[in-house]
Design a binder for this molecule. Structure first.
Ligand code: UD1
Length: 399
């Protein structure tokens, strides 16, 4: 793949017009990554015409709408409304719908984030347009080396197809280089999800979620939705056995993901009545600010999510990851994360140790809240190269 065959824009009347960017978001963990990017691009309407495409992979109030409100994301310009289905059907529906969007909109670039099915589907479609639409992947290069994870497949394919790969950490750069990606395509810019965390952490202090749910510290916070944990009845039962044991020492607050709730109902896993002082306390999915409020004050976070491993690192909260591997090793070497898998003995022993000892180490240099600023600056330079130098709103020439 070469950039020349994908050179955006062209000459003539198009020379000075802004880049038309389509930013893609589909599922809950995408929204906090897309928010700072949209904000930065929209600061320069002379250079960028940035619009959001929501694929509708996540579609309900608690998994989608609340994030738009709280993170001040403008309503999507285009909504594909694909909804839930098997991986193949969901991916195919996104591809079909997104192809029509690209045919009509003809953007200069698309920007995809993270590793969900929407990320992969839109990257594939863009590459197969005639001429291809260049793809920028934000959060590129992360690898768990576990190809049973749908997200790992999404990461590998998206990175293989992307023209610009924005990374969060040196391990991601190394992974991409080892896979043959040219160095000039890789830009280490930091972590856009941490941009959002840093922007909203003070606002989250005002959340009344503790009063509403009658929670008082100390408590542990749990999230669980990976297919490897919740679709495998053995793993799910083992994890719940460990959680019940740990729950005798500290209450565990558990905002339940819809897919986990469905699996628990199918398997007949019951947690009993919700005791407030001890044990597992199930609640519905939480909004961004409520979840951040609880995360910041937790004695311990237990999770199988990717992003939460990073957020806890920045917050300095100990994190036990209920997986055998992570695509985010920097959260272990430079953060607060520890892998404990689904083995009850390891989960309980590590949990007890942390509850006795407390945190923690500190984060990485580029996770400073300015990743989206760096990304927009890179696009500004590309715009200048392709379209020539631009005149700023005040009349001064911008370099
Ligand atoms: C997806 C992502 C995963 C991400 C997770 C965060 C892929 C392969 N996986 O997994 O990387 O960590 O989102 O949440 O893209 N559902 C609802 N309401 C919704 C959305 C989904 O009830 O708004 C239910 C669906 O009916 C379905 C289940 O949740 O049964 C799974 O949704 P889906 O988007 O397919 O995958 P996730 O498991 O959420």
């Amino acid at each position: 793949m070469t950039t020349s065959r994908r050179r955006p824009g062209g000459g003539g009347t198009a020379r000075r017009r802004p880049f038309r960017l389509l930013l893609v978001a589909g599922a809950r963990p995408n929204f906090m990554k897309i928010a700072p990017l949209l904000r930065e691009f929209r600061k320069r309407p002379d250079l960028f015409h940035a619009r959001l495409v929501h694929t509708g992979q996540h579609y309900d109030e608690l998994m989608s709408d609340v994030f738009f409100e709280e993170l001040e994301i403008p309503p999507p310009a285009i909504h594909l409304g694909v909804g839930s289905s098997s991986h193949a059907v969901q991916t195919a529906r996104i591809m079909e719908a997104f192809e029509k969007v690209l045919v009509k909109e003809r953007p200069d670039w698309i920007v995809v984030v993270g590793d969900v099915n929407s990320t992969l589907a839109c990257a594939v479609v863009a590459c197969k347009m005639t001429p291809p639409v260049p793809v920028a992947h934000v959060e590129a290069g992360l690898r768990s080396r576990d190809r049973t994870m749908p997200e790992e497949i999404n990461r590998i394919v998206t990175d293989a197809l992307s023209d610009l790969l924005f990374t969060t950490s040196p391990d991601a750069d190394r992974n991409l280089i080892a896979e043959g990606v040219e160095r000039r395509r890789i830009r280490r810019v930091g972590n856009v999800m941490i941009d959002t965390l840093r922007r909203f952490v003070r606002r989250s202090d005002d959340s009344d979620v503790m009063q509403r749910l009658e929670i008082a510290p100390p408590y542990a916070l749990l999230t669980l939705h990976r297919p490897s944990n919740v679709d495998d009845p053995g793993a799910l039962r083992r994890i719940f056995a460990a959680l019940r044991a740990l729950g005798r020492e500290v209450p565990i607050i558990f905002p339940v993901h819809p897919r986990t709730l469905a699996r628990m109902e199918e398997l007949g896993v019951r947690l009993g009545a919700p005791p407030v002082k001890r044990g597992l306390r199930m609640v519905g999915p939480l909004g961004y600010l409520d979840f951040l409020h609880l995360q910041k004050r937790a004695a311990l976070v237990l999770t199988d999510s990717g992003g939460i491993q990073e957020e806890t690192t920045i917050l300095g909260v100990p994190c036990l990851t209920l997986r055998e591997n992570t695509e985010r090793p920097i959260t272990i070497t430079r953060g607060t994360n520890r892998l404990v898998g689904s083995d009850p003995g390891r989960i309980v022993a590590s949990g007890r140790r942390i509850l006795r000892r407390g945190p923690a180490r500190r984060p990485s240099r580029l996770w400073d809240g300015r990743a989206a600023v760096r990304i927009a600056a890179i696009f500004r330079r590309i715009h200048e190269r392709v379209r020539g130098r631009t005149v700023a709103p005040g009349g001064a020439r911008r370099a």
